[in-house]
Every structure is written in structure tokens, then in C-alpha cells.
Ligand binder design. Structure first.
Ligand code: FUC
Length: 809
């Protein structure tokens, strides 16, 4: 009787806790059918190589990528005549004749040559990031008429492995695919649970410039891409891909001319090795040596090493927002259900971890930063050349790097930025006769730093400065002085450019950037014409102010360049401050122009709210209110990355519910499930962000936005749960990072913080804003109870590297 009673109470308690909410993490998503479109396939990547299997039953296509697979070549794209038109362009701008200034720029202040080829640059020197190829498997089943049942394909973010399984007739087939973080090649394992049931052939192809041959039992694809100069001969990048098949349980391999067949096997391991000569002089040698190294290991060891290497990055952060019954739905249905009713907390956590997964998978220390599509593309001319757009996109790709504890994945961007400096110095001279370095909106792997081919979007010149924000951000999170010393010249060079380039606007006496834009918004002039080109946009002022501030601070920390720092601070004082217009919004331009597109996707004039920090609820409440009004006027719905940016804005404005609303907008399924047509910004079935088309920046911006809802540290103090939405009532996280070198954790229940932790990674003083319910807080350092002073709701604590602070509320 007693026992019965106890089990009833336990059942009742368990029931109270979970209408349909369990705790713990759910780190995978799945489909119950093969992919019909590429944006339904799973992205696998190890920072260099990408594989995207579609899980087809009869024929399976796996798109192959390599991060350096770029056509084009290094060119001089600076227009030597440009500088001679600068004075005239400025004169027109200062006379309010912006439309005429813009007209003049079409012929003078653009790059030499074809620039990005209007985003179709595969055959011009700018080049295009493109697929390496397709790996195609044709399966041959003993009884083709047997029906398929129990189909499931899944991507597990916890081990970075994609699986597919199904039953055909009486045979169970299984597939596992990963891009090894340890052995640097793609690994595919095919199984059948009946003897000799695995029969298939495989080949490789791509739309152009390739040759496929069988070399013994290997299949080899090789080729060379156009450099964009000589269109008759391929003189660009060389690449190679070599696939080896291993049959650990028997079967036969029969090479053909350009394909290989496997018969009577029950298990096959396919090793897919790829390389280009961008990093390795000898891609053929590289693919062969990677294969030779991997084939010595059995599948279990390859898999174990891969998972361990991947988890060393992925495992640093945990986020639990509760579980939901919708986890059992295939992802396309789950997104559709979320669009109807936003109650699926674990989808937010999954989307957050997916962003981290994508960053880990699309960049690697020593290689390239993730491009517009990370490293995944399936065509020759990737949209916008799959390049490094610099007026938001490349930067957004790195927003999660520090806060989500993947600090070293910021370094490929740092290295890429350093590589632009020499070219950027030439561009600074050619266009502005300025010292230092500059880059505009376009970036590729060939150090293109000139303005784009169209001034309305191509003339933004604060991109180098914005990149420097990332360089300094890495320092703020790590406090690594050696690193700061190394990047300081890059910051100094970017600042030096503006020391020379800023010019006094005779109308208001401010120092302004000219010519420039507020990316990529246009406005109406009093004469009724529209223009994009202006003098001193608000975004430029905010970015230049921040660059000067960071450079001054860095010089101070390193104890160098005090005269230069003094010069910067004098110039900084002459920039126009962020200003509120008559309509109560932040002015986007120095003049009260009316924007041509009030809902424009770029929200550049709020740079100072996010990622910058000159606008905040605590320190500049009037500007924060004006930023809020600006956001309301801009509207929520937009392109993918724009909505992702707005999550971050609303999080900085401490409005968790509005941030959550934007997350829901970002997760809107953008593919019509009947027609497979894409419609508007949102999310593809495989969770890729839709600009549309697929652009990965929104995935990263969304991931960073979720982090921003949970912790902020941009105003010199740590704030936990600054924008917690009511939808995430209870939850916990571990391992997020804050400026000043700390790792934080938190637990909350019914929207109230119950526990918090801070681990000091470097010796530092930390300030923590305490929640309202902190009167009876207990404090521990390294498990020992201590008492610490609380001043103005702020706990100030000095910690040694390795110390752990614990707070219970
Ligand atoms: C910027 C944006 C576009 C697009 C492109 C790749 O120019 O304005 O919306 O994201 O980058």
C-alpha cells in the first residue's frame, strides 16, 4: 500500500514537471524521406572539406566542397584615375548635389575591370567560390521491386555525423557520413544486414573543367579552373579529389573508365580526399597522402578520432531550454508547426547549437574564414560569388565566435584581414591618396580591396574598420597581449587611412567620410532625385569612432604610440555624434533625408547598438529609445540576415519577447512544401538561413542573437539573462564567454535566475549586475563561502585565472 502511494506521488510530481517538457539536450534533427532539394541535405564540414549527402535510395548525390575552391586570380583592380575625381565628388556632395556626385563616380570611383562581374564572377578575375564536384552513388538492389520502409535520415550535432537508414524488402541498409576533423577527409560507411546485399557503383562529376579516371581501385577527379584573364586556357586553381573504397567484410571492386563498381559486399567504407593548390602546391600528392594515412585505420578508429576532435570544440557550451514533443517531427514539419505556434523551446536551443556546429564545420585555424555560404555550395557561380561581403555579411559570420566559446575560429578572419592590408594600402593611395589601408564592400581570396563596380553599393569604405572591430573583440575576450601586439599595426593602418581621408564638411564643420554610403540604402534629395552616395553616414561615424577608440586603447595597453593616439582622439572629437532626428529615430545620414525604402534590410545606423556599444539601455537611454523607434519603423520581416541582426538589436534593448518574435520570423519555413519554391526570408528545411537564396550569415547572426539574449558584457559588466523571452521559462546554459576572459553559466526557473557561475580564464576584475532577487544570495569562490560588497546592484570581484565564482539566489 505504502509503495503504491509513493509511486503515485512520484508519478504526480513527474507529471507536474512536464506537460510535454523534458530536460536534457536534443542535438539532432531528421527527415523521413531523401532530400528533394539541395537545401534539404545535411551540411557536413571539417573547416576545409564539405560533404552534403541527399540520402537518395536509388541514386545518392553528395555535393563535395573545399573551402579554397575559387576561380579567378590576383589582379590589380585599382583605377589609377580615381583620385583625380575625388575633389570634384566631394565638392558636389558639400553643395548638396549628391546625385551628380554619384553620377561622376560611375565612371571614376569604381574598380578597374569587371569587378565582381555583377555577382556572376566565375569567369572574370574576381572569381567565384564553387563546388568541387558531385560524388554520385548508384545503388543496385537485388530485388528492385521491394518496397522501402522505415526511412530516416538524421544529422547529429553532438558527433557531426549524418546517418540514413531504411529497409528495402527484408534488408536493412545504413549509411553514415562525416568529414573527419582528425584525418581530414570525407568518410562514408554503407552497410546492409544481409550478405552480399550491397551492390553499387560510384562516380564523380562537376559542371565543367574536370576529368575523371580510375586509378587502380581509386577514382580520381582532377582539373584546373579559369583565372579569369585567359579565357581559352585554364590557368587558375588546380584541384584533385580521390576516392578509395575499402570492403572490410568482402566483396569485389571493379574499376571502369570513369566509375567504379562494388559487388556482393555487406559493408563498404569510402574515403573521399580533396585538395586544391591554394594552400598546397601539390594537391595530387596531398589527396594521396591523406588517403594513405586514413586507410591504415579501421572505421571505428576513424570515427572515434573524428568525434573526439569535433567535441573538443562543440562540447564547450551547453544550452537547455526544455524539451518538446515536436522533436519527433521531421524538421520541415517541425518548422511548419513552429510557424503556427512558437512553443517549441528546444528548437531555439537546437538552432543555437546548429550555428556553432556550422562555424566549427566551415572554418579552421590556418585556413579561410566562412564565406557567404560557409563552405557549402552546389553550383559554379555561387550567388554573389559566395564571396566575403563586408558591409555586414562576413562580420556577421563571426558574431558567435567569441561569445559561444569558439574564440580560435575568429583567427582565420584575423589572418584574412591581415592579408588584405598590402592591397588595401595600394587602394587607399589610388582612390584617396591616403596612408593606411582601406577595403570596400567586396572581398575574395585574391585580395580584392577596390570599390565595387557600382557606387550605389560598392563605395562603402569603412569595411576595414569594421573588420578591425573583430580583431579587437578577440583581444577583449582573451586579454592576450601578444596577440594584440601582432594585430595592432592592422588597427593602426586602418585608423591612419581615416586620419588622411576624413575631410571637413564645410556645412557643419564635422569631419566626414566622403564619398560613402549607408549600406545599401538610398534616400530622396530635395530635388526629387534619389541617391545612395553621401558624406559621413551615421554608420561610418560610429565605426570610425569605435576604431579610433580601440586603437587608442590598444596603444595604451601596449604602451606605444601616444602621439598617434592623441591625434586620433582629436579627430574623434570632430565626428558627428549619433543624433536623434525630428521623428525621434536615429538619423541614418547627416542630413534628415527620407529613405527610399523605409523597410530596407540594412539597419546600418544602429551599428552602435549592435555589434557596437555606443548605444545602450544603461548609458544612453535616449539613444536606445530612438533606436527602438528606428527598429519599429524598419519593421521585423526582411531578408534572413536582417532578421538575425534584429534579434541582436532587440536583445540589446532588453526586449526578450521581441527578440524571440524575430527568431520566429527567422525560422519561418521559406520553402513551399508542395512546389519546393522559395518564398521570402526565413529558413530552409535543413535549417540553412534563406536570404533567399541560402546565405549562412543569418544562421550565425541568429546563433549570436540567442547568446545575446542570455548574456551580455559590452558595457563593462556581465549581465545574465538580459533579454530572456517569456517562452523560455526555465533553462540553463554553461560555457558562454564574456569580455574580460570569463566563462559563465546560469540556471533559471519561471524566468528568475536561480544560479550563476563565472570561471576566470585570466586574472581580472569582473563586474556582475545582480538580479532583483539577490537579497539572500550566497556567494562561493572555489566552493568556499565568501561575502563580497555589492555596490549599486553590482558585484565586483577580483578573480585569479582558474578561480570559479558561484552565486545562488
Ligand atoms: C549585401 C546585402 C545583400 C546580400 C549580399 C550578399 O550586399 O545587401 O542583401 O546579402 O550582401
Amino acid at each position: 500500500m505504502k509503495l503504491k502511494c509513493l509511486s503515485f506521488i512520484l508519478l504526480f510530481l513527474a507529471g507536474c514537471n512536464m506537460p510535454d517538457v523534458k530536460t536534457g539536450k536534443s542535438l539532432s534533427y531528421h527527415f523521413d524521406a531523401p532530400a528533394k532539394i539541395w537545401e534539404e541535405t545535411f551540411p557536413l564540414g571539417n573547416g576545409r572539406l564539405g560533404l552534403m549527402p541527399d540520402g537518395g535510395v536509388e541514386t545518392e548525390n553528395i555535393v563535395l566542397n573545399e573551402i579554397s575552391m575559387w576561380s579567378g586570380s590576383k589582379q590589380d583592380t585599382d583605377n589609377p584615375q580615381a583620385y583625380y575625381s575625388l575633389a570634384q565628388i566631394r565638392r558636389l556632395l558639400f553643395e548638396g548635389r549628391n546625385d551628380e556626385a554619384q553620377e561622376l563616380m560611375y565612371n571614376t570611383f569604381v574598380c578597374k575591370g569587371e569587378g565582381s562581374g555583377q555577382g556572376q564572377g566565375a569567369n572574370v578575375p574576381y572569381g567565384s567560390y564553387q563546388l568541387l564536384g558531385n560524388f554520385v552513388l548508384d545503388y543496385d538492389y537485388q530485388d528492385a521491386a521491394d518496397s522501402i520502409s522505415a526511412y530516416r535520415r538524421e544529422l547529429n550535432l553532438d558527433n557531426a555525423i549524418a546517418t540514413a537508414s531504411f529497409k528495402k524488402g527484408k534488408v536493412n541498409y545504413g549509411r553514415e557520413v562525416f568529414t573527419s576533423f582528425a584525418d581530414d577527409l570525407g568518410v562514408i560507411r554503407l552497410t546492409a544486414d544481409a550478405d552480399r546485399a550491397l551492390n553499387f557503383s560510384f562516380g564523380m562529376n562537376r559542371p565543367e573543367h574536370y576529368q575523371v579516371t580510375a586509378d587502380g581501385n581509386d577514382l580520381l577527379m582532377q582539373g584546373q579552373l579559369p583565372d579569369g584573364v585567359d579565357t581559352l586556357e585554364m590557368k587558375g586553381l588546380r584541384y584533385a579529389s580521390r576516392v578509395r573504397v575499402l570492403l572490410p567484410k568482402g566483396g569485389t571492386v571493379t574499376p571502369g573508365d570513369s566509375m567504379i563498381s562494388v559487388h556482393n559486399a555487406s559493408e563498404a567504407i569510402l574515403l573521399v580526399s580533396m585538395a586544391t593548390d591554394y594552400f598546397d602546391k601539390d594537391p595530387d600528392g596531398k589527396v594521396a597522402s591523406l588517403l594513405a594515412n586514413a586507410e591504415k585505420k579501421d572505421y571505428a578508429s576513424l570515427k572515434k578520432a573524428h568525434v573526439a576532435a569535433y567535441r573538443s570544440l562543440f562540447g564547450r557550451v551547453e544550452l537547455d531550454l526544455g524539451r518538446s514533443s515536436r522533436e519527433d517531427l521531421p524538421m520541415d514539419e517541425r518548422l511548419a508547426a513552429f510557424n503556427e505556434d512558437h512553443n517549441d523551446p528546444s528548437l531555439g536551443a537546437l538552432y543555437f547549437q546548429f550555428g556553432r556546429y556550422l562555424l566549427i564545420s566551415s572554418t579552421r585555424v590556418g585556413l579561410l574564414p566562412p564565406n557567404l555560404q560557409g563552405l557549402w555550395c552546389n553550383t559554379i557561380n555561387t550567388p554573389w560569388n559566395g564571396d566575403y561581403h563586408l558591409n555586414i555579411n562576413l562580420q556577421m559570420n563571426h558574431w558567435p565566435a567569441e561569445v559561444t566559446n569558439l574564440s580560435e575560429l575568429h583567427l582565420p578572419l584575423v589572418e584574412w584581414t591581415k592579408k588584405q592590408v598590402a592591397s588595401g594600402e595600394r587602394t587607399a593611395k589610388a582612390y584617396y591618396n591616403a596612408r593606411g589601408w582601406v577595403t570596400h564592400i567586396l572581398g575574395n581570396v585574391w585580395e580584392f580591396t577596390a570599390p565595387g563596380e557600382h557606387p550605389s553599393w560598392g563605395a562603402t569604405n569603412t569595411s576595414a574598420a569594421w573588420l578591425c572591430e573583430h580583431l579587437y573583440m578577440h583581444y577583449l575576450y582573451t586579454l592576450d597581449k601578444e596577440y594584440l601586439k601582432e594585430v595592432y599595426p592592422v588597427l593602426k593602418g586602418a585608423s591612419l587611412f581615416f586620419v588622411d581621408m576624413l575631410v571637413e564638411d564645410p556645412r557643419n564643420k564635422y569631419l566626414v567620410t566622403a564619398p560613402t554610403t549607408s549600406p545599401e540604402n538610398g534616400y530622396k534629395l530635395p530635388n526629387g532625385h534619389t541617391a545612395h552616395i553621401c558624406a559621413g553616414s551615421t554608420m561610418d561615424n560610429q565605426i570610425v569612432r569605435e576604431l579610433f577608440t580601440n586603437t587608442i586603447e590598444a596603444a595604451g595597453i601596449l604602451g606605444i604610440d601616444s602621439d598617434f593616439a592623441g591625434e586620433l582622439s582629436a579627430k574623434r572629437a570632430r565626428l558627428m555624434p549619433t543624433t536623434i532626428g525630428q521623428d525621434g529615430r536615429i538619423m541614418e545620414w547627416l542630413e534628415p533625408y527620407e529613405e527610399t525604402e523605409p523597410h530596407h534590410r540594412h539597419v546600418s545606423h544602429l551599428y552602435g547598438l549592435y555589434p557596437g556599444n555606443e548605444i545602450s539601455m544603461e548609458q544612453t537611454p535616449e539613444l536606445a529609445e530612438a533606436a527602438r523607434k528606428s527598429l519599429i519603423a524598419r519593421g521585423d520581416k526582411s531578408t534572413g540576415w536582417s532578421m538575425a541582426w534584429k534579434i541582436n538589436f532587440w536583445a540589446r534593448l532588453h526586449d526578450g519577447d521581441h527578440a524571440y518574435k524575430l527568431l520566429a520570423d527567422l525560422l519561418r519555413p521559406c520553402v513551399d512544401r508542395k512546389t519546393n519554391m522559395t518564398n521570402g526570408g526565413g529558413t530552409y528545411p535543413n535549417l540553412f538561413c534563406a536570404h533567399p537564396p541560402f546565405q549562412i550569415d543569418g544562421n550565425f547572426g541568429g546563433c549570436a542573437g540567442i547568446a545575446e539574449m542570455l548574456v551580455q558584457s559590452q558595457t563593462g559588466r556581465i549581465e545574465l539573462l538580459p533579454a530572456l523571452p517569456s517562452a523560455w521559462k526555465s533553462g540553463s546554459f554553461k560555457g558562454l564567454k564574456v569580455r574580460g576572459g570569463g566563462e559563465v553559466s546560469a540556471k533559471w526557473s519561471e524566468g528568475q535566475l536561480t544560479e550563476a557561475g563565472l570561471k576566470a580564464l585570466v586574472t581580472d576584475t569582473f563586474r556582475i549586475k545582480l538580479p532583483a532577487n539577490s537579497a539572500n544570495m550566497s556567494i562561493k569562490i572555489n566552493q568556499k563561502s565568501v561575502s563580497l560588497p555589492v555596490v549599486d546592484g553590482m558585484l565586483v570581484v577580483d578573480l585569479q585565472a582558474g578561480d570559479q565564482l558561484g552565486l545562488m539566489f
